[in-house]
Design a protein around this ligand. Sequence first.
Ligand code: EPZ
Length: 415
Amino acid sequence: MEKLIVTGEVQLTGNIRISGAKNATLPIMAATLLCSGVSVLHDVPHLSDIKAMQDILELLGAKITRDGSAVIIDTSGVSKQEIPEHLMREMRASVFLMGPLLGKFRKVRVSYPGGCAIGPRPIDLHIKALEKLGAKICESFGYIEAEAGQLTGAEIHFDFPSVGATENAMMAAVLAKGTSVIRNAAREPEIIDLQDFLNKMGAKIRGAGTDTIRIDGVQKLYPTEHIIMPDRIQAGTFLIAGAITRGDIAVENIQPEYLFSVTNKLEELGATIATSTDSIRIKAGELRGGDIKTLPFPGFPTDLQAPILSLLTVAKGTSIVTETIFENRFKHVDELTRMGARIKVEGRTAIIRGVPRMTGAVVAAPDLRAGGALVLAALAAQGVSEIEQVYHIDRGYEQLELKLQSLGARIIRSK
Ligand code: EPZ
């Protein structure tokens, strides 16, 4: 089993170019099923979740090739609408296939999706949206079958602004007969990127990024070319790496407006931030504690809760972190405690008492973002840390150790 070996207490300095966003790429790859032909996606990161989506599309009959950071997807041979359980279990994003397969082929058969163990990952909001559009859905033997003679435009109101359910509803509605309106839609930037891609295919969507998205159904969609938006979570993780190592880092090729909740919080914790049109530079001062509450966009992103909690373990004073999005997203706490952190978890709240210094330890990544958080803690800790179960980290951070090495980190991957 691969592990990352980190020698801490090195100030990171330098510039890092941020690659395309995993959470924009996955729904957009699924959306290529809505047309027949060759689409080209640029700036696609090399991640195991992307490879898992590629495996699913190929199993359905698509032909996919990679050319550096470009992915070429030919969907003209797609003939299947069923995804086997072992592929569905590999990641949560497999649920994104329901919308496009239903939209294009009027039927789909999938098992319940997998994904990080950060809490129950129900898909009731996805199912309700697809039923509103006219799908007949039956769930039995661990599989979900959906069929629709004709999808018709509908008013869809989400009880919770679910990112995936919003994306699934958009992809099912674009070929429906008539207009759909999605209310209490998620406002994450990745949804704007999906809207841009679908509109380039010939869809008629507006409102992504707000809580109301309108979709006028069209007859047909066409293949297109698209540059995936930069990964705001990757960018936030590197900014926190600069803060926790008291370094001086600039993240480039980003959209700073999508990171305001993160940079404002880092300034509150004592960092100095300089923002330009497509980059953010962070210089760390004396870190002080603060309170974090994760919220749907534009609130503080849940995917940066674990990374910033690592920062708070070595900030002066007491901090409180409240995780409102997922039920069980504090799995990094036990591992950080092994490195000397002083944290108490009560339900969805963690209380952190800052310590002057953490010490290296052998820890195991319990999920993707918790894994990122452990790497950040190890970069600041005294001595050597070993981070096991690196496969979790590889799901969402492209060549993390190489990028950190380019900033001066002493980190290697060992087999
Ligand atoms: C997306 O997951 C992201 N994944 C997650 O990133 C991210 O943490 C999350 O959005 C929130 O921003 C991808 O885009 C591939 P949700 P998703 O539906 O769509 C509940 C990462 O680390 N819910 O907004 O699954 C759900 O249980 C990953 O990159 C229902 O109850 O998130 C959760 O508590 C982790 N019923 C909350 O909503 C539903 O039908 C948010 O889920 C759907 C969701």
